[in-house]
Design a protein around this ligand. Structure first.
Ligand code: HEM
Length: 526
């Protein structure tokens, strides 16, 4: 009996010892390299806030950033079990992302995919790709969203803007001048992108069944991406286990839905041969012919725009509107710039639109405060040496992950005074150019992996702001949330909760419930 107890005891101790070893076997990695850093927790390494899923994991990086940035240029950390080098000096970030990019070509999103065969759509999206596959797919995709292609497709944006205006107008007429603006923004991006990518009207502004299905599918797809990211971290001590679960980056049902939608769009386009349409589908069908792309390749290209552009653009748009509502003096200044540049058709010409200085400043300031993608990563692909502190160099081996806490740079008082105050004037003299060169301001990333759809995202946000501000005064009311630090735990970072803003028509609306209501309401709330 005593012998049995002894053997059980020894076994138990050995198992505990093994588990402990498994959990900590890499924890001396950075020490061995001479890199300083915080002591990792046995289970979650250095990202305790993420474990609670209450705060975005950037705030874990942010804490470390402020604790170490005055002493070191970089620290070694563990995101769960994943070893990462957190770059505290923006100059290092610039080096890794731009000047030494050839040695840091990959990003960690590729590691979220466990089953490439099953995840056949995600697998074809540059954001999830590495190496030559990334280079090839990115080059193919970029051709469909060049400035000249977007200029040709500008009528698609204009026609969607008119649908959006009608939607707002109908709401006001029905006495609902206070509109949930996140919903409005996502209706806009899903509609305009469906039109550009497939040539179909998703019906997002008419509450059609198709429109609702599109929004549900997009939501499901993005939720799954967030889930896959969390699992990437959670399984980091035994990554192979992920293989036993069918963990996908995109759900099977959304892959099927978007693949089928693409088939239908292609059939419709084939029937409509005589109508030349300057959109992404036309571009990608020509590419298909030229490069013998498969149907899955075509779906992958289309979904690149949807995955990377739908939520980011929608997020930036509603946060811009939020800050403009909270800062009426900024809104008035912007409206006067807009009115001064309106063309005869009531829109702003494409080239002018993308170059309006104050509009650009308002957008830059919004994405500085609400940096939709708050952290970037680059994986070392060719062995190199980085100089860290006091000229101390460290050998960087392929596979090592560099983490760039761009949110922290964007909110560091050393670079931006009163960082949580919305102040577009801070970008008044094209300051962003110098800040970007120093690696401090990079809301779209930088270097060869910079956001591929940056211009398209800017077009969507700027065109909508122009359309809304020329027709409506957007106001904060009693239902509007207060200004706060970004606190949403989503694919794109932002302010959590509903975003109610009041839309006051600048031209008089006659005989509507709204005008009666507005006249009687003192605080503007309905
Ligand atoms: C205002 C809206 C947008 C913002 C703020 C934004 C921001 C970003 C950021 C920060 C990155 C990461 C860059 C890096 O790792 O250095 C990124 C990557 C990417 N974005 Fe955007 N994006 C926006 C709209 C779009 C749109 C409309 C598309 C559609 C084509 C798009 C496609 C992509 C792709 C494909 C990547 C991955 C690029 C690569 O790894 O080569 N984005 N975006």
């Amino acid at each position: 009996m005593a012998e049995a107890i002894f053997i059980t005891f020894v076994l138990l101790i050995s198992i505990i010892g093994l588990v402990y070893k498994l959990l900590t076997y890499q924890y001396d990695k950075w020490k061995k390299l001479g890199l300083p850093g915080p002591k990792p927790h046995l289970i979650y390494g250095n990202i305790p806030k993420m474990v609670k899923l209450k705060q975005h994991f950037i705030f874990d990086y942010d804490d470390i950033y402020y604790e170490y940035k005055t002493k070191y240029r970089a620290v070694g950390i563990f995101a769960f079990r994943n070893p990462e080098i957190l770059l505290l000096d923006p100059a290092l970030a610039h080096k890794v992302m731009v000047t030494d990019f050839s040695k840091f070509r990959d990003n960690t999103a590729s590691r979220w995919i466990t089953n490439k065969k099953a995840d056949k759509v995600a697998e074809r999206i540059p954001f999830f790709q590495n190496g030559n596959a990334w280079k090839e797919k990115r080059a193919e995709n970029v051709g469909g969203v060049t400035l000249s292609k977007l200029n040709q497709a500008y009528p698609i944006w204009k026609s969607t803007l008119l649908k959006m205006t009608k939607y707002i107008e109908d709401n006001i007429k029905n006495g609902n001048a206070v509109i949930e603006t996140k919903d409005l923004s996502y209706r806009f991006t899903s509609n305009v992108m469906s039109d550009f990518l497939w040539g179909i009207d998703a019906g997002s502004f008419t509450n059609s069944e198709g429109g609702k299905t599109m929004l549900t599918m997009l939501k499901d797809m993005i939720n799954q991406v967030v889930y896959a990211t969390i699992l990437y971290y959670a399984f980091s001590f035994v990554p192979f286990i992920k293989r036993f679960f069918n963990i996908r980056v995109f759900p099977e049902k959304t892959d099927k839905f978007f693949s089928q939608l693409t088939k239908v769009a292609i059939e419709m386009r084939a029937k409509d041969k005589n109508t030349e349409r300057a959109d992404f589908l036309s571009y990608v069908l020509q590419l298909k012919e030229k490069k013998q792309l498969s149907h899955d390749d075509v779906v992958g290209h289309i979904m690149t725009g949807m995955l990377d552009g739908y939520e980011t653009t929608g997020t930036v748009l509603h946060h811009c509107l939020f800050y403009l509502a909270k800062h009426p003096e900024v809104q008035e200044k912007l409206r006067s710039e807009i009115n001064d540049n309106l063309a005869e058709d009531g829109f702003i010409n494409f080239d002018t639109l993308l170059n309006l200085p104050y509009l650009e400043q308002c957008l830059q300031e919004t994405i500085r405060i609400i940096t939709p993608i708050p952290v970037y990563s680059r994986i070392c692909t060719t062995e190199t040496v980085l100089e860290f502190d006091n000229k101390k160099t460290v050998n960087i081996k392929p596979g090592m992950v560099m983490t760039i806490p761009i949110y922290s740079y964007h909110h560091d008082e050393e670079f931006f005074s009163e960082p949580y105050t919305y102040n577009p004037e801070r970008f008044g003299n094209a300051e962003h150019i110098e800040l970007t060169k120093r690696g401090i301001f990079m809301p779209y990333g930088d270097g060869p992996r910079i956001c591929l759809g940056m211009r398209m995202g800017q077009l969507g946000v700027k065109a909508s702001l122009v359309q809304i501000l020329k027709e409506y005064r957007v106001k904060s009311c009693s239902k509007t949330m207060d200004e706060k630090k970004p606190d949403a735990v989503d694919f794109a970072m932002g302010l959590s909760g509903e975003m109610w803003l009041e839309y006051e028509a600048l031209k008089t609306l006659k005989n509507t419930k709204a005008t009666n209501k507005m006249n009687t309401s003192k605080n503007g709330d309905n």
